[in-house]
Design a protein around this ligand. Structure first.
Ligand SMILES: Nc1ncnc2c1ncn2[C@@H]1O[C@H](COP(=O)(O)OP(=O)(O)O[C@H]2O[C@H](CO)[C@@H](O)[C@H](O)[C@H]2O)[C@@H](O)[C@H]1O
Length: 655
């Protein structure tokens, strides 16, 4: 086990680093050329780029003292103005907008006085007011996402979707954003997704698991984001990021410990575009795989004066997975011995396996819960659920202790990838204004899957991991009864082999009505989302859920268990809203929610949906259009993340 070697860190400071190999938007030499990527509101044209003096908690930070008029060649971006803040070691720690003189005077402040605001003095709008927030953003941050998967490079579920698109949304709002995740090489065609990432040629040693582990860094700059991939032989193997046909990899604790250590070093050592991100950054730590980052900041860096101005926010996508391993593994993690308590975890007696089992373990997610500066979950409903005995998976009490810094932000979706009017995977494009292509997608799906082509028959779909969480048991119980109705049912999923075998068996039992596609196939998931009429999500719990959002955007009506993010995002259909009777334009709702989680209540909701589809066409069309015209973009969520980031910087580090 290795503790922090302070001199080693400073050996890597950027003045000792080599120059960037290609132009980068954050390079000062190219600043005017690349400013458009920041995407600030165009009303900021012709403002002045000037240096600002800002105090840190420990006194003034030195800044480059320059005042400069920049006039961009591109008419649209002409004169957009930013000032940059560089720390003592040359790391670019933030950009600030110097607002347009007109808007500054309107608010009674000059550009200079606004620029002199400390980040914690910036006026903040109410959380959730995305429009106001967008207009008022004046502090930008260095944000580092740490995640085990990020689409399109790697994906097994919704975590990848979020970490593939939220960073782009935040970069679009002016922040400097890096995403760090492993460079998985599985020996398949999918490896080509990493082909745009170049080896930075600056491997480092991280100290854990009894020695120095050499990790490399690959980098791709895409859509305004620095995508950084940690390279190590343990990420190169067949299967998916977490396991293969033999089950979960047994060295995942090692692999994600490496990721976390490398993620802490990357902002200090990687001169992306000529500047490191530096110490004053914000880590967005996603799920247990990245949780060690918060603990490392508190235990390994801050005691030595490093990262004292950084903050970390834990984002919980799924509390059921916590990264729990035997207590004896603690000594492998590269953490000071006295910090055992942060990760220490004791199973309740009922969960212990034998008389001598003391239940002692280390729990990565718990480590981040007790050390992160803020905690976010992916919907408001879920942020409450995880503080309850039913939803907290044992962590509810420590989460209740930190309730004051716990928030819920509902995920957005990638509205470019998921757009029925331009989706390259589907048979025919359509939109809320012209729904005619939807039935063509349905016919194409029926043909593709070898189902009888019956445009009027309601088709129910399911897409997701075949896991207890997704309520597959309920579907299994309900299928014999549901197959008595005039419906078709299509499932796409992979995971638990028992469920996979059940899907195959059910398909051979109901040849004309049921299809089960075992596997992970993104194009097929798009075609099912477009071709079905109803999407079923009977999840036992669902932190947010993305498939119901994709479904609504595609005019496919969700029928969901009333839990977590499903309850927050699907509004129950009410044909009588507004009091003017059924079928009318006053109806509201985008789907059906059911509770309790029983076969009976699920079938009741499904049959309401089927009946509405068959007998009330105008109501059905209303449901489709209301879902399709909602705002699913990341804009609102990104503004809310920004707000929480600002709150994190207002307080001193929690640990
Ligand atoms: N066989 C298959 N083939 C192709 N695509 C497949 C697939 N199985 C799943 N997918 C895709 O994977 C994603 C799954 O996302 P979800 O949000 O529904 O669930 P997940 O439980 O993985 O995510 C966790 O994190 C996300 C993000 O925060 C939360 O929304 C969620 O509630 C939480 O459980 C979707 O994009 C879906 O289309």
């Amino acid at each position: 086990m290795e503790s922090l070697e302070l001199p080693r860190l400073f050996l890597h400071h950027p003045r000792a680093s080599s120059a960037p190999t290609r132009p980068h938007p954050h390079s000062t030499t190219n600043s005017s050329r690349f400013l458009p990527q920041f995407g600030f509101p165009s009303k900021l044209k012709n403002a002045t780029l000037r240096s600002i003096s800002v105090s840190s908690q420990d006194g003034p930070i030195s800044f480059e003292d320059e005042t400069q008029q920049l006039r961009h060649q591109d008419q649209e971006d002409e004169g957009r103005l930013l000032s940059r803040e560089i720390d003592d070691f040359g790391s670019l720690v933030s950009f600030r907008l110097t607002p347009h003189s007109a808007s500054a005077s309107a608010s009674g402040k000059t550009a200079e006085t606004q620029g002199n605001l400390r980040s914690d003095e910036v006026e903040k709008p109410e959380i959730g007011n995305a429009e106001d927030e967008k207009a008022q953003t004046i502090v930008t941050r260095n944000i580092v996402f740490v995640t085990s998967e990020a689409a399109p490079y790697s994906k097994t579920g919704g975590l990848a979707d979020v970490c593939g698109s939220l960073p782009i949304a935040l970069a679009g709002r002016g922040h400097r954003v890096m995403v760090i995740s492993p460079r998985y090489i599985h020996g398949t065609a999918a490896d080509s997704k990493f082909s745009g990432a170049v080896d930075l040629g600056s491997p480092i040693n991280v100290f854990c698991f009894g020695g120095a582990q050499e990790v490399g860094f690959f980098h791709e700059y895409r859509e305004g984001v620095d995508w950084v991939f940690v390279d190590h032989p343990s990420f190169h193997r067949p299967g998916n990021p977490y396991g293969d046909k033999h089950g979960t990899f047994k060295d995942n604790q090692f692999r994600f410990t490496l990721l976390s250590h490398a993620a802490c070093e990357a902002p200090l050592v990687l001169p992306l575009g000529g500047f490191t991100y530096g110490e004053k950054c914000l880590f967005l730590v996603n799920d247990w795989h990245a949780s060690l980052v918060s603990v490392l900041l508190a235990s390994k860096y801050r005691p030595y004066g490093v990262y004292k101005d950084a903050r970390s926010i834990l984002v919980i996508h799924n509390i059921a997975h916590q990264g729990v391993e035997p207590a004896i593994t603690y000594s492998n993690l590269g953490l000071p011995q006295e910090w055992y308590g942060a990760l220490g975890w004791v199973f309740p007696t009922w969960a212990r396996t034998h008389a001598l089992d003391t239940g002692e373990a280390v729990n990565f997610l718990k480590g981040a819960i007790v050390t992160a500066d803020r905690i976010v979950t992916v919907s408001k409903g879920y942020s409450w659920e995880i503080t309850t005995t039913e939803g907290g998976f044992g962590l509810q009490e420590i989460l209740r202790d930190r309730k004051s810094i716990l928030s819920g932000i509902t995920n957005g979706i990638d509205v470019t990838e998921w757009d029925p009017s331009s989706d390259e995977h589907i048979a025919s494009s359509y939109s809320a204004d012209d729904l005619s292509g939807k039935v063509k997608c349905k016919i194409a799906l029926q043909k593709e899957l070898g189902l009888p082509v019956r445009p009027d028959c309601p088709v129910i779909g399911f897409v997701g991991r075949l896991d207890y969480q997704k309520g597959i048991d309920l579907i299994r119980q309900a299928i014999p009864e549901l197959m008595q109705d005039d419906v078709q049912f299509v499932m796409l999923g992979s995971g638990n082999p028992i469920y996979e075998d059940w899907m195959r068996a059910t398909e051979s039992l109901y040849k004309d009505k049921f299809r089960g596609w075992v596997g992970f196939n993104v194009p097929v998931s798009h075609r099912i989302t477009a071709g079905c009429d109803i999407l079923l999500m009977p999840s036992t719990f669902e932190p947010c859920g993305l498939n119901q959002l994709y479904a609504m955007r595609y005019g496919t009506i969700p029928v969901v268990h009333e839990t977590g993010g499903l309850r927050d995002t699907v509004q129950n259909f009410n044909p009588f809203a507004g009091g003017s009777g059924a079928e009318g334009c006053n109806a509201e709702g985008t789907g059906w929610t059911f509770s309790p989680l029983t076969k009976e209540s699920m079938l009741v909701a499904l049959r309401y949906a089927i009946q509405t589809y068959n007998e009330h066409k105008s109501s059905w069309e209303g449901l489709m259009k209301r879902g399709m015209t909602r705002d699913y973009t990341w804009e609102k969520a990104a503004a809310q993340y920004e707000q929480i980031i600002e709150w994190a910087f207002m307080d001193p580090p929690y640990c």
